[in-house]
Design a protein around this ligand. Sequence first.
Ligand code: GLU
Length: 470
Amino acid sequence: MTVITRFPPSPTGMMHIGTARTALFNWLYAKHTGGKMLFRIEDTDRKRHNEDAVGALIRALEWLELDYDGEIVSQFEQQARHREVAEELLGKNAAYKCYCSAEELEEMRTAAKAAGKPTFYDRRWRDASAQEIDKMGDKPFVVRIKAPLEGVSTVPDLVQGDVTVANDHLDDFILLRSDGSPTYMLSVVVDDHDMGVTHVLRGDDHLNNTFRQNIIYDAMGWDKPEYGHVPLILGPDGAKMSKRHGAASVEEYREMGYLPEAMRNYLLRLGWGHGDAEIISTAEAIEWFDFKGIGKSPSRFDFAKLESINAHYMKASEGQRLIDLSLPFYETRHGIRPDKIAQARILAACDELKDRAKTLLQFADESVFFAKKVPFEYDDKAAPLLADKAVLQMLRDRLSALEGFKAEDIQNICKDVAADLMDGKMGKVGMPLRAALTGTTNSPSIFHAAEILGKEETCARIDAAIAFQG
Ligand code: GLU
């Protein structure tokens, strides 16, 4: 049997990280078993539908580097098929037409609430005779499923184990609305069946739906998929992860400068484990992924851990890739697009930059000075460091006479200047040099940075700093 998983998000305008984790788990299980992951957009809510929201899902999946098999399926486009199955269920007497008015339903709701019943609809049309139905003529109706009235239903869940409910908790839910549109409950079953889905791995907020959906499988005589319901992701405070916790969507993590492989590794560990492995390559994840490793209780989002995993992947990444991925950040944060020369400088400083930066954003912030052109601005901390022009002038004179321009020699010159002017206090020379070369007070080794900038550029920057009147 070929395993077929599916990723069926609703287009809400963004991809929630919980949805991303579901995608990852389905993708890993498909890869692990040599199966397929299908991608279906659950786009039946036409009032809220827009193509941009679909685009956001596709972009998020692409960014996470999770591919899918076949074409994207639109649930909305399968409506005729969903209606056909509803007709078939009516024909089998497994479903029925219900002509209750809104007022009647409201009365039932109030009565059920007062009586403390788990469901409210009193099934008054369930056993209506053909004559009673005929009498209604072309009045609007909904189609409801005939849910079992007695006994219990069990879902053998691959994550939670057997989960059982009493059938009196299951209502005769609606399959077709009075305008003929199919409900989610019907559509999802028909689509999963028609797409040959063998494994449904989704959030445990869908567990209640599973009992209802299984009624349709049984009524149609279809094989049910295997189910695995994954506990939700909670914020650091234990409430369901939402905007309030910082970032809840994949796009926001991208904008915060996280790498896709780090995000995958982090999301994988958030709810799945393999011994005490923390850093798990995609190849290992594919090899190891199984249902057994999925935790039964919800996990809390831990930003510090995500950052440390990201730092690991930053170090492991090729320098040029980090530069390429950081290009949008140089632009959005500093209005600078590093040219070829700047990129070569950044690449030369990459080992040091990678050790310091936990995200691409920090990487861009700490290396953007390589791309600056004199004269540039000095930040509030850097500007006051440029007040002592004698230090800068002596540095400028000695550096311009230096042959070779190596970090070690530059450092020695700073030492000499410190000895001559600043009682040997190296910081009193190093800090102004850093301010002059970077416009900030934060950078990797300034001697190495000067070497990379080269004599001409270093001297030009010191000249600009000497000319600067704060
Ligand atoms: N469209 C549903 C959602 O985004 C998923 C349905 C399912 O997994 O069956 O929550």
